[in-house]
Design a protein around this ligand. Structure first.
Ligand code: FES
Ligand SMILES: [Fe+2]
Length: 354
């Protein structure tokens, strides 16, 4: 009924009903995570959730701003409000907030020249725009950079860009989704409607490289072209794969047909809504857009659904960072390196020492 009075100097910083361990939340909050495609931020506030923290995203003439989705007056979700004359307006009593998050107007005041307390403001968060995506860090200092994807920023490019529409969030952790994305052994079993080749189950020796901000894997296999867009092209297709992972959840999968020279980048960033719910941001590039963008997207969405059914069924929902908790095969070297790095570089999965 009533929230007890808290006289402590350091009130808890974790979101209400946080689904992460405190240690993991404190570490993950230091990374950049995507929260929206910039094209989706227009004239109305947009709500989003990152690491269980509810956010409001609003555009003013100063740019796109991100804050906690909470009006400090009586606690309603300010994303239910509107934007007028460059101000975010709370729907409950009409308080108006500027791009800095400061309240600039209280409509109920008789004296409209009276000073407004500075603490009547929104809790702003760090945000940045890159690759057409809005990224947010819930700490004041990011602990790791954004992924470097130069092909997405070239003005004169051999590639065409396809933004994959956001689907409903996966009922899975960002770590399980990421591991599935970098798992090369599942293709012949899971992707039987798209590119998986049931005759290519064996995983040859492959190279894994430690990069400045993540891990890279080079691999070659005969994938299956099922002739979705051109039945005459159906058949096996020898393909080079380069997986370029930026910690913790950003992936660039580059594929190149050895004989046909068709090149694609599949960018895939898992954004942890909560410990067991994940929004997937995807951008594709191709040097051979042989069909409409809608058809190209559809192929990606079918591929996603092939993965989703098994990733959502994985137990435990989070990737166990104690390597003894699952049994590994030689084809799992990439995921083993990934698990090790999350522990050794960032301390994930262990008690927080802050
Ligand atoms: S709750 Fe936002 S103005 Fe009152
Ligand atoms: Fe997959």
């Amino acid at each position: 009924m009533f929230l007890p009075t808290d006289n402590s100097k350091n009130p808890p910083t974790l979101p209400r009903n946080c689904t992460f361990s405190e240690s993991d939340w404190q570490i993950l909050a230091g990374f950049w995570h995507p929260v929206a495609f910039l094209n989706d931020i227009a004239n109305d506030p947009v709500s989003s959730t990152l690491l269980d923290e509810k956010l409001v995203i609003y555009r003013t003439s100063e740019g796109v701003n991100v804050a906690k989705d909470l009006c400090m007056h009586r606690g309603t979700r300010i994303s239910l409000g509107s934007i007028r004359q460059d101000r975010l307006i709370c729907p409950m009593h009409g308080l108006e907030f500027d791009w800095t998050g400061q309240c600039r107007k209280i409509p109920s005041l008789v004296d409209q020249t009276a000073a407004i307390p500075r603490k009547l403001c929104l809790r702003k968060y760090l945000s940045t725009e890159r690759y057409g995506i809005l990224w947010v860090c819930l700490k004041n200092e990011p602990i790791h950079p954004l992924p470097e994807w130069p092909e997405l920023e070239q003005k004169e490019s051999e590639y065409e860009r396809i933004d994959i529409p956001l689907e409903s969030a996966w009922n899975a952790s960002a770590s399980r989704q990421t591991e599935n994305f970098i798992d090369i052994a599942h293709h012949p079993f899971v992707h039987l409607e798209t590119f998986g080749n049931p005759n290519e189950t064996q995983i040859e020796e492959h190279v894994i490289e430690k990069t400045t901000n993540g891990l890279k894997l080079h691999f070659r296999r005969k994938e299956m072209e099922r002739g979705w867009h051109d039945p005459s092209s159906a058949g096996e297709r020898l393909t080079d794969y380069i997986y370029d992972l930026t910690f913790p959840f950003a992936k660039d999968l580059f594929t190149e047909g050895v004989e046909d020279g068709i090149k694609c980048h599949f960018y895939d960033i898992a954004s942890p809504v909560s410990a067991n719910r994940t929004e997937i941001f995807q951008i594709n590039l191709t040097n051979n857009l042989f069909c409409s963008r809608e058809e190209f997207s559809k192929y990606q969405l079918v591929t996603n659904e092939e993965d989703r059914q098994y990733v959502e069924a994985q137990c435990p929902e989070e990737v166990p960072l104690d390597l003894r908790q699952e049994i590994h095969t030689p084809s799992d070297r990439f995921s083993i390196e990934y698990r090790r790095a999350l522990v050794e570089k960032f301390g994930l999965g262990s008690p927080y020492v802050g």
